[in-house]
Each structure stands twice: as C-alpha cells, then as structure tokens.
Design a protein. Structure first.
Length: 150
C-alpha cells in the first residue's frame, strides 16, 4: 500500500529522448490537490507558496541536474532514495518527503482515522490518544525539521 501511495504521489514527465536515444526520467514539481490558500488559517497561502513553489522546486531541480549521466537518471524516486547517497540522496529524499507532506493535507481533513488505520493504531498504541502523544513526542524530539511518518 505504501509503495502504491508513493508511486501515485510521484509526478514525472513523459520520458524524453537524448541524443543517444536513451530515455531520461525527469521529475516535476507535484501539483497540489488543493488551492494554496485552502489550508488557512492553519497553514498560510504564503507558507504553501514558499515551501511548495520555491523550496520543493529547488529540490526537484537539483535532483534532475544531479542524476543526469548517472545510474539514477532512469530510476524511480523511491529507488534513488533507497540506493543513493550524498547530494543525490539528499535531494531525492527531500523531494519524496515534501511530496508526501504536501499531499497528506486536505481542507476537509482531520479527526480520527477510521477503518483499518484506526484498528492498526489501536492495536499498536492502545488508543488514538496514545498514538498522538507518541507521534508528537517523536517529532518534537528530532533535531531539525522533525519529520515523522506513520
């Protein structure tokens, strides 16, 4: 399921043909599934525009430039994250991280999960409230940006 979700979140252009007739995958900035102001007042339009249109765009551009001529130029984003290191890993990881970040939000979201996710949370943490406490503690206990994923 996670692989399917990651694949759906990954937006790439059609393959392009180089002078050598090799296919080269190019990553693109994901399109937001909501308007830039749709999350206000929780997240401002300016914050979304800066972090999506400038910050994430820089990671995508850097990744595209870095993978040219490497074994990763035709790889999926997930493969690059799993197999690379250094600057390629950093930019691929941040691209994937931000893709997940921006696509998890909804102006109509929030509240308790239902179905299989709710059951898994209860089985693992005992209750949704315990999960929330541990999730917040995990995020605030990390140095840097505090990325935590369920």
């Amino acid at each position: 399921m996670l692989t399917l979700c990651l694949s759906l979140l990954l937006m790439i252009t059609n393959s392009q043909i180089t002078d050598k007739k090799e296919k080269v995958m190019k990553f693109e900035l994901i399109q937001l599934p909501y308007a830039a102001n749709a999350l206000e007042p929780v997240i401002s339009k300016e914050t979304i525009e800066f972090h999506h249109g400038k910050h994430l765009q820089t990671y995508v551009n850097n990744l595209n430039n870095l993978i040219q001529g490497t074994k990763f130029e035709n790889a999926t984003l997930e493969q690059i994250v799993a197999e690379s290191d250094g600057a390629i890993f950093n930019n691929a990881g941040q691209t994937l991280n931000h893709n997940l970040y921006f696509t998890q939000f909804s102006p109509y979201g929030g509240g308790r999960p239902t179905g299989a996710l709710s059951k898994a949370i209860d089985e693992t943490w005992g209750s949704f409230e315990n999960f929330q406490k541990e999730f917040v503690a995990a995020g605030t206990g990390l140095f840097g940006s505090g990325w935590v994923w369920l």
